[in-house]
Design a protein around this ligand. Sequence first.
Ligand SMILES: [Zn+2]
Length: 298
Amino acid sequence: MRRTVALAASLIVYAVITSFPASAMAGSMRMVALDVGEGQAVLFAKDGHGLLVDAGPPHRAAELVRDIKDIGVNHLDCLILTHLHPDHTGGLFRILEEWPGMRIIENGHRPPANRMPDLSRWAGQVLEKHQNVDVVGAGDRVFWQGAQIDFIWPKKIRDHNLNRNSLVLILSHAGERVLIMGDVGTGVERVLLRQEVFERELEIKALVAGHHGSKNSSSSDFLQRISPQHAIICIDRNNIRGYPNQNTVNRLERYSEHVHRSWNGDVMISVGSGHNQKETTTSDPVHGNRQRKQGMKQ
Ligand SMILES: [Zn+2]
């Protein structure tokens, strides 16, 4: 049964590959960790096309769509949902209104209805109906606009915990890599460290830190192995859960050259532009609308 599922998954991924032919040109790709408040939404933009990893919370959805367009993305080709919690999936409904045929990649995790927030259950219902959904897990690979996206977790869904079964992915473009951890914690990090992909020093340009910088994420052992140039914490300031944990921030600062927080405004980083080009990392907003928003927050 499991083999059948795995085979089906690999066939589906092949369909993804045919839908997103790799660009012959390794042009400039921007990664933008968007300021969506209490949640995560990370956009990759290239030549007017976009790939979004997570969709933020529901009440920021209209703003998210506007921001994606303001960044210059008219065609949102694909949405990767790391898992179905509302702070990652809330924008799904509005995004599908705007780009109804878009491809969605997810982990297929569906705990029993009484073990999920309502919004997660409704997101699951939308995904069941959507014609363009691919279910992936560790070992699957897709291509988009010249970038390669390797999913490294989960190998198998084992329990009802949405966070622990988040998709973890590495996007590689023109020799640079971005690691997005979803909401997994140190337990998953330990498993990943034992895997082949982490046996050597991975040069990670940007890490989107796991679980919003919570206490039980971004362990020293893990950070030491990946030593990211940039670490990004996606969360709002003064959130109800007290994220990020200060000890976690200290660890991120110890092992990363730069630590950014999405609540200071969009974090923009070029991916694969070559080491000689100046970083475009900034806490400055990319357009006037976000400038006003930042001003309001101060
Ligand atoms: Zn989350």
